[in-house]
Design a protein around this ligand. Structure first.
Ligand SMILES: Nc1ncnc2c1ncn2[C@@H]1O[C@H](COP(=O)(O)OP(=O)(O)OP(=O)(O)O)[C@@H](O)[C@H]1O
Ligand SMILES: [Mg+2]
Length: 189
């Protein structure tokens, strides 16, 4: 998890890593295949149904003969089984975010850049998205790396490591609970 004040450059860093913008100076090295996920799923999901949305996310390189199987498998991994033909406008906010994660899965991304993915969600949906990401990043087969930006500090207790972005620098990575304590002590000073 990556935390930092408004305007500290978290989203900019994600845009740089994912190639949406280019650095004025220096170079970005990224050995993984990144996928960016936004705070508001309605800014990301384009198609009318879960199936058509995920078909759009499939890599364009080689045609698959088991498209539906690949899509069903991704839906199962984000707890959206049976949702293949569901219109996207009928999904809850948490379900939409999990569909966006399924899109990243079918695109064969192995670096999820999650920019405040739970900011608009209620506590239950927040938990469902956290759990899915935790499962995806803990899988021994094809493990996925996720960098999660948050202002919801309680989420720090779910991460494997956390850092603070401030003054154009990223701090050393530490445990989420240690970063939580650090931010709390800064707040009371
Ligand atoms: N393309 C750009 N060109 C110049 N400046 C930019 C560009 N994009 C963002 N900025 C500036 O960079 C700074 C960091 O913005 P950024 O959106 O990355 O912050 P953030 O940490 O994601 O904030 P928040 O917590 O509010 O989402 C801001 O001052 C912003 O105005
Ligand atoms: Mg931002």
């Amino acid at each position: 998890m990556l935390v930092g004040k408004n305007g500290s450059g978290k989203s900019t860093l994600f845009r740089l890593i994912s190639g949406l913008i280019r650095p004025d100076r220096g170079r970005i090295f990224c050995a993984l295949k990144p996928s960016l996920m936004f705070q508001n799923p309605d800014h990301q999901l384009l198609m009318p149904t879960c199936k058509s949305e995920l078909m759009l996310c499939l890599p364009k390189t080689k045609p698959l003969n088991n498209v539906i199987e690949v899509i069903q498998c991704a839906l199962a991994k984000v707890d959206l089984e049976e949702m293949l033909d569901r219109p996207i406008h009928t999904l809850s906010g948490g379900q939409k975010q999990r569909l966006a994660l399924a899109g990243a899965l079918v695109s064969n991304s192995n670096l999820f850049l999650l920019d405040e993915p739970t900011a608009l969600l209620d506590p239950e949906s927040q938990k469902s998205v956290l759990e899915v990401v935790k499962n995806l990043t803990s899988s021994p087969l094809n493990p996925i790396t996720a960098i999660w930006v948050t202002h919801r500090l309680e989420e720090l207790f779910s991460c494997d490591g956390a850092a603070i972005i401030a003054n154009k620098n990223i701090s050393n990575w530490n445990s989420g609970s240690k970063v939580f304590q650090e931010l709390k002590s800064l707040a009371v000073r």
